[in-house]
Design a protein around this ligand. Structure first.
Ligand code: GDP
Length: 350
């Protein structure tokens, strides 16, 4: 029995070794984006951001905004496959005395991770006292309505063909890829084969420094989504920096797998980053040699979360990151990943 069990161990070792090699090869060939390509994409994003900033200042000088800035995986070497999108953060200024923030779990809807923004003091400061009153729906500031306001401005009033020709790009407002997801995005073609999507992301920051973004809930479109993005990204990068770990490599491989595999497309960066953060709580060795083991554990953990129908946000366990998926979508994701467990390499054959 000892010789057969050592044979099995040897075979397992070989399998692990080869998964390890496959993962690193996949990472270098398909996942990681060359530094120059990231640089060119960032440059195009910056040009577009400058145009938008100038246009909004001239066209609607009274719109209370803080300075817009670019953000996203492209700025932390966490983007995968191709350098093709960035977020343009648009911070709104809200008058302290006129607005209050109500966490989703304290409302009748009971959705942790989403917030209502209520207009206050209407009797003393009637509708119209705040610039943002034009985006009120039923007494609340609607994230959908804010997005629509920007959409009218950006798609209706800006002369993109002219701006594009000055910059040497083709720029056009992009049609959202999922009919249900309300997004405002500009598609920038900056050479014959390279496209970049710049997504508008209006942002509110509460007095307690909670960040809320106008990325509406799938069904409840007036809510504001709490953003854990900065905190999650900072935490992941810091963990890897401290021990020279491979968490970000593992995350990037998982992101590429989901991006390239249509059956896994509804698992997004936030699902995967939080699963990696939670795995980091139980696994402490993330040296490069552990990649295959950690990747397999990540897939297994995701299967577990999907089976339970619950993937908690690592920074706030009340929030269930699967809450917007239908039970059917959750089942299908779980099934696809479960089937891959016996042969994780199959995930890399895309
Ligand atoms: P990737 O787009 O899959 O590479 O992943 P990212 O890490 O760049 O995540 C971007 C997604 O997070 C977008 O869909 C954003 O709408 C969402 N998001 C939520 N909050 C933030 C934020 O504060 N900054 C950025 N850049 N994105 C955010």
């Amino acid at each position: 029995p000892s010789s057969s069990s050592s044979k099995v161990a040897l075979q397992r070792g070989r399998m692990r070794l080869s998964l390890q090699e496959h993962l690193w090869a996949f990472y270098h060939e398909r996942v990681n984006i060359a530094a120059e390509d990231q640089q060119v994409a960032r440059h195009a994003a910056l040009d577009i951001c400058a145009e938008l900033r100038a246009f909004i200042h001239t066209k609607v000088p009274d719109m209370p905004l803080r300075d817009m800035y670019l953000s996203g995986s492209l700025y932390h070497d966490l983007q995968v496959v191709s350098a093709d999108h960035a977020q343009l953060m648009v911070p709104l200024i809200l008058e302290k005395s006129l607005w209050s923030f109500i966490p989703g779990e304290e409302t009748i809807m009971n959705v942790p991770g989403f917030w209502l923004v209520r207009r206050e003091n209407l009797e003393y400061f009637p509708r119209g006292s705040s610039y943002w009153d034009r985006c009120l729906i039923g007494g609340y500031l609607s994230s959908k309505s804010v997005l629509e306001l920007f959409e009218k401005l950006v798609t209706g009033c800006m002369n993109w063909p002219a701006i594009g020709s000055v910059l040497g790009y083709v720029v056009r407002p992009a049609v959202p890829s999922h009919a249900e997801a309300l997004t405002l995005s500009l598609e920038v073609q900056y050479d014959s084969e390279r496209h970049l999507h710049v997504d508008f992301l209006p942002l509110l920051v509460t007095e307690d420094a909670v960040s809320l973004v106008a990325k509406p809930h799938r069904e409840r479109e007036n809510l504001w989504r709490q953003s854990f993005w900065s905190a999650e990204t900072t935490k992941l990068l810091a963990l890897d920096r401290d021990d020279d770990g491979c968490r970000c490599v593992c995350l990037k491989i998982a992101k590429a797998v989901c991006k390239l595999n249509p059956a896994l497309m509804s698992l997004n960066a936030s699902h995967l980053a939080n699963a990696v953060l939670m795995l980091s709580n139980t696994q402490h060795d993330w040296s490069r040699e552990t990649l295959a083991e950690r990747f397999t554990q990540l897939i297994r953990a995701l299967v577990g979360h999907l089976e339970a129908g619950r993937l908690p946000c690592a920074l706030d366990h009340k929030v269930n990151l699967l809450c917007e998926l239908t039970p059917r979508e959750v089942d299908e994701l779980g099934y696809t990943l479960y089937c891959s467990l016996s042969d994780p390499e199959s995930l890399l054959r895309t």
